[in-house]
Ligand binder design. Sequence first.
Ligand SMILES: NC(=O)c1ccc[n+]([C@@H]2O[C@H](COP(=O)([O-])OP(=O)(O)OC[C@H]3O[C@@H](n4cnc5c(N)ncnc54)[C@H](O)[C@@H]3O)[C@@H](O)[C@H]2O)c1
Length: 405
Amino acid sequence: MNNKLGIGIVGLGRRGMALLESCILPREDVYVVAVCDLYEDRIIRTAEILKEAGKPEAKGVHDYREILQMEEVEAIIITSSWEEHVEIACASMYAGKYTAIEVGGAYSIDQCWQLVHTYEQTKTECMFLENCCFGREELLLLSMVRHNVFGELVHCQGGYLHDLREQIAYGKENRHYRLRNYIGRNCENYPTHELGPIANILDINRGNRMLTLVSVASKAAGMREYLQREKGVSYKEKDSYFAQGDIVTTVIQCARGETICLTLDTTLPRPYSRGLQVHGTKGMYMESNRSVFLDEKDNKFDLEWNKKWNNLEEYFAEYEHPVWRKYLDEGIRGGHDGMDWLTLAAFFKAAKERKPVPIDIYDAASWMSISCLSEESIAKGGMPVFIPDFTNGKWLVRTPWNVEG
Ligand SMILES: NC(=O)c1ccc[n+]([C@@H]2O[C@H](COP(=O)([O-])OP(=O)(O)OC[C@H]3O[C@@H](n4cnc5c(N)ncnc54)[C@H](O)[C@@H]3O)[C@@H](O)[C@H]2O)c1
């Protein structure tokens, strides 16, 4: 097994299982040495899945520190609940394991600095598993931006626009962390699915940086009504208090002058979207109707734009990102339209070759910081809040983001 990468997985909930089954078990170059969860039944289920797949038995533990002591484990994938990410990631870096953290926001700026300082002290690579950075359309957009299709960029927006009422409402039954977060906090709690790709498009931490933000939250009405409908009158009073506003709007200003608008919309009825928009001096992209509007080409459709909805298809032939050209030829695998596979493949490649990871600790710290900074801004009635420069000036010299196939 020497030429294979031995990994440990911490967190065997929905995400841990999904990544295991769709992006890890099908690989021959990676094997699971040990797994960890707080719950015994999840460890047992994982052992069954490994056995059914004909894979070697993995050690199952309740304390992730046991995995960190295992020499055979070269890399750690953290798919635990949000509150645990930073502690486990720092311990993993100190143990010298290539580290991957699933997405989520930070609870304090101190946590973000802990990540940065631990990386700088240990020089152990830590990748933030923001799979949307590997999405086909997000990479197409990056490629179009790099080809100057939209001109000088001025504004980007995106959102986590996903009806999670059922997941939150049944948090106790499913032992899921979102419920307690929605009861206790009011913030942009999941900024990175949209911010990650936007940051790459705008060269954040690589020639540009986020300077300040303002955040406002609407009232919280969606969960109360949903719980009363689904669970009845017993939910009328104390159990239906949620601090988390239904819609959180965050506006970020960047050093080069662009603005970014993020929307969190997870507790009202709606269809799924990440609502990406990229707007420059020569045109714009709109995810909501999958269209590209270019100046001096599309202006005549200005008032009847529905005729051009879905015209994004016309742009793939010329601007498809090389990673996706290769991936389409090889065949798409894994969940979330194939982007999970690309994300983990990039992590495994870096770990095996002992090379830098493509989404690094500075990206993780700055993107995750939006959660606690938005919490502060909302609490102050939408006051501007400074976003720290987690690169300590290195954003001026770091080169623009890209990924290889
Ligand atoms: N990138 C994506 O598309 C995507 C999709 C879904 C979830 N996620 C992320 O994956 C993570 C997990 O989400 P989920 O829906 O699987 O949650 P989940 O609640 O289903 O699973 C989390 C698991 O972590 C375990 N855990 C918590 N603390 C632990 C500790 N100290 N040691 C070991 N195990 C611990 C819990 O017992 C639980 O089984 C979150 O960060 C979430 O944001 C990402």
